[in-house]
Ligand binder design. Structure first.
Ligand SMILES: [Fe+2]
Length: 305
């Protein structure tokens, strides 16, 4: 599929990608996993009955191509365990869950600083910058899921933008940069359990835009690209910097970005192959508790990776 098939023709409006899950529907879905204890420990063993999730199908067809994301909003009144269970089941209906950080990774501020040590930004309260998930050469989640259990106090908004639209802009305005972005580019190594030496970083190289095998794949996080170059001393080309400036400039424009704040019970699923996302910085507050999201990495059953 060529990149034009993924481009947004106009900025999606939140209402058109949202689906409310009422109490009856949620109860019905929860009933389907009631006796399936392994939903959290072995989610990929859960069998999906197509009929049970038929109501969700139109939503998931939006994940493979534009608009590329859906926001499911569960009615108020469910406790954390019920929301987690519902989210786990819905994630499993999309595809296979990945276990690199645990099938269900709690995204909370752990008081860490990603500029001081090589840790994922998901363990901090900082703005993440526009990025796609996973900096490991050998693994790309097709879909990133996020469940909101606590929206937190200030900030922490979600921003979603489209790398296929950015590709179109680059092709027209910066074709020489696009050529550079399609070459292999080194990234820092941050996945737990990986080796953190110079050779490992030099091996962890892949393009920002990859159109091999008639697939469209965008993999980006500027911070880890720059830290890989500074740690290894490998020179960063001016065309690469210019290309990343053009991408960041495009993503930062309001007319190219869907911006919203997730509320408790919201489940966001977004395509991680052609969409790019960001989270604004946030603050926790004792009276409202810590901002708490649960992340999943999902691959379609017939994923090209
Ligand atoms: Fe992310």
């Amino acid at each position: 599929m060529v990149h034009l098939d993924y481009c947004w023709k106009s900025l999606p409006n939140l209402a058109e990608v949202s689906l409310d899950i009422g109490k009856d529907e949620a109860d019905r879905l929860l009933e389907a996993v009631k006796d399936q204890g392994e939903i959290f420990s072995e989610p990929n063993n859960i069998e999906i009955n197509e009929k049970e999730v038929a109501a969700l199908q139109p939503v998931f067809s939006n994940l493979k191509t534009r608009p590329g994301f859906v926001l499911l909003r569960a009615e108020a009144g469910f406790n954390d365990d019920e929301l987690r269970r519902l989210y786990a089941f819905i994630s499993r209906t999309i595809g296979k869950l990945n276990q690199r950080y645990g099938y269900f990774f709690d995204v909370v501020d752990q008081g860490l600083n990603y500029t001081k040590e090589a840790i994922p930004v998901s363990k901090t309260k900082a703005s993440t910058g526009y990025h796609t998930d996973s900096t490991a050469k050998d693994y790309v989640p097709d879909v990133v899921g996020l469940l909101c259990l606590n929206a937190g106090y200030k900030g922490g908004e979600s921003l979603v933008t489209n790398a296929a639209n950015a590709y179109e802009m680059l092709k027209k305005r910066f074709p020489e940069c696009l050529n550079e972005l399609e070459k292999s580019i080194i990234r820092d190594v941050i996945t737990p359990g990986s080796e953190y030496n110079r050779e490992a970083i030099l091996r962890n190289a892949f393009p920002i835009y990859n159109k091999e095998n008639n697939e469209f794949l965008f993999r980006y996080m500027r911070y880890w690209i720059e830290s890989a170059h500074s740690k290894t001393g490998f020179p960063i080309s001016s065309l690469l910097i210019q290309g990343m400036d053009a991408i960041d400039d495009f993503f930062s424009k309001e007319e190219n970005t869907v911006r919203f704040k997730m509320q408790r019970g919201d489940m966001l699923f977004l395509n991680n192959r052609f969409l790019c996302h960001n989270r604004s910085a946030f603050e926790d507050h004792p009276s409202v508790g810590r901002r708490m999201m649960v992340r999943t990495w999902i691959n379609f059953e017939n994923s090209p990776e």
